[in-house]
Ligand binder design. Structure first.
Ligand code: ACO
Length: 332
């Protein structure tokens, strides 16, 4: 699903992010499971990741990121029409994490809901908010990507626990003329491949009980090699479709912000899009894979570094469980 067919569009007017203080290095992990810094760095590019404190839940991280985005945008929180929180690790099933941060932020005019699209959640959230703004339903939205994956990864499974981290990123979107701000969006899913990355227990299919927990079904399961093959192809396809639809050439891109799942996937995407290393935003070495939070955190860091200039053309591309993938093209 692609396009930008509204009467107007939306632009990003504020970017925020939050990383928990605690750093877990590969050397710390060597003491927890049978792994090595060398294996993790060569296979994934990750050196360390952040882990939420015991008292921190998804809404705490999301609130900090959203607050920073709102401050950067300089908007009155009371004018926000919509809050979307993309997450697969909400505080609880009910109410949504979006409603929890709505109250904390004081955005009492807003409609608020969570969105589940794994690592593509932020892209899906921005595309959804952009269309609602573009057709004129609303004027201002906050989209957050947040994960506390440390609570659902199996700390005895070396194949997964070394990859993931916690964090949150957020943007404020505001109405603008068509042709400015977001100029292309793309979303795609393939539910037939859901078991490549899933968490079987803890929902209504396999509710919490002693047996389910004993069998460790409440933790994330991943077939990394299966995902790897599809990831590069899907991300490149999403980027190319978005660019084509917007009538933009690859050579005109200033920055690519890819989902940070694996440095080898990022490199594969970069090469196929014919971009230089300096054009690709990478923080996987310090942050790991934070699923739906990964792109807005990287965007936030790029913005804070001062290198993102007005008028720069940026493409954000994600791929994740579901499977889901998608892309957003915007002019800063
Ligand atoms: N430390 C040491 N050895 C390990 C570890 C570890 N942490 N984990 C696995 N191994 C072993 C395996 O057991 C295997 O051993 P064997 O050959 O004796 O069976 C060996 O290392 C090789 O494992 P592979 O799976 O072949 O390693 P690969 O090069 O494929 O890298 C990885 C694994 C990093 C998971 C890679 O496949 C990958 O990144 N896949 C994509 C994952 C992804 O994109 N996930 C997220 C997308 S969706 C989202 O972001 C939520």
């Amino acid at each position: 699903m692609s396009g930008n067919s509204g009467i107007g569009s939306a632009k990003i007017t504020g970017i925020g992010y939050y990383l928990p203080e605690k750093i877990l290095t590969n050397f710390d992990l060597e003491k927890m499971v049978d792994t090595s810094d060398e294996w993790i760095v060569t296979r994934s590019g990750i050196r360390e990741r952040r882990i939420a404190a015991e008292h921190e839940a998804a809404s705490d991280l999301a609130y900090e990121a959203a607050k920073m985005a709102v401050e950067k945008a300089g908007i009155d929180i009371k004018d926000v029409d919509l809050i979307i929180v993309a997450t697969v690790t909400p505080d609880m099933t009910l109410p949504s994490t979006a409603c929890i941060i709505q109250e904390k932020l004081g955005a009492m005019k807003a409609a608020a809901f969570d969105l589940s699209a794994a690592c593509s959640g932020f892209i899906y959230g921005v595309a959804t908010a952009q269309s609602m703004i573009g057709i004129g339903h609303i004027k201002k939205a906050i989209v957050v990507g947040v994960e506390v994956l440390s609570r659902i990864v199996d700390w005895e499974d070396r194949a997964t626990c070394v990859l993931f981290g916690d964090g949150a990123g957020a943007v404020v979107l505001e109405a603008c003329e068509k042709g400015e701000g977001i100029i292309g969006t793309y979303m795609q899913s393939d539910g037939s491949l859901g078991e490549l990355l899933y968490r079987p227990g803890g929902g209504t299919r396999l509710p919490f009980n002693e047996e389910m927990i004993r069998e460790r079904q409440h933790y994330v399961k991943m077939k990394g090699d299966g995902l790897f093959k599809i990831a590069v192809r899907s991300m490149v396809d999403a980027a190319e479709k978005t660019l084509d639809e917007a009538g933009v050439k690859k050579k005109d891109i200033d920055y690519l912000i890819p989902h940070q799942a694996n440095i080898r996937i990022i490199e594969g995407v970069r090469k196929r899009l014919k971009l230089e290393k300096e054009q690709v935003v990478v923080n996987i070495d310090r942050v790991g894979n934070t699923s739906s939070a990964s792109i807005p955190i990287a965007l936030g860091e790029l913005n804070e570094s001062g290198t993102l200039k007005k008028g720069d053309l940026v493409i954000m591309v994600a791929f994740g469980g579901g499977l889901t993938w998608g892309s957003i093209l915007f002019r800063n």
